[in-house]
Design a protein around this ligand. Sequence first.
Ligand SMILES: [Zn+2]
Length: 118
Amino acid sequence: MRLHAVGAPAVFWLEASYEERAVPKAAGFWWHGGNCRQPCGACKAGIALKVWWTPKRECATRLVEHADDAANAALAEHQATVAASRATDAAVEIPCGVHALPEGGRRVRDGTGGHSDR
Ligand SMILES: [Zn+2]
């Protein structure tokens, strides 16, 4: 597995085998399968079809151990930021691309409150 970066601002793509597909998926990468909706950031950056990619450094950082030199350079600044924030907020990490339900989002209306927080 190899993480690459192209362009500025950097767009990241991953060289990975079919068997490894769960890794970029879990990291929040998108599959570049063709039939792109325009504008497609991956096509614009010249990224080939049939690879995993992301324009988000916070997602690419999750695979930094696989980064090549260009990807490392593109991630370096972000890593410093992440390291600083982890130092103060180590317990909580929200997965990339996953949107947590707002608190109370599953609350059943019981008729006593009558108003919504949303
Ligand atoms: Zn595309």
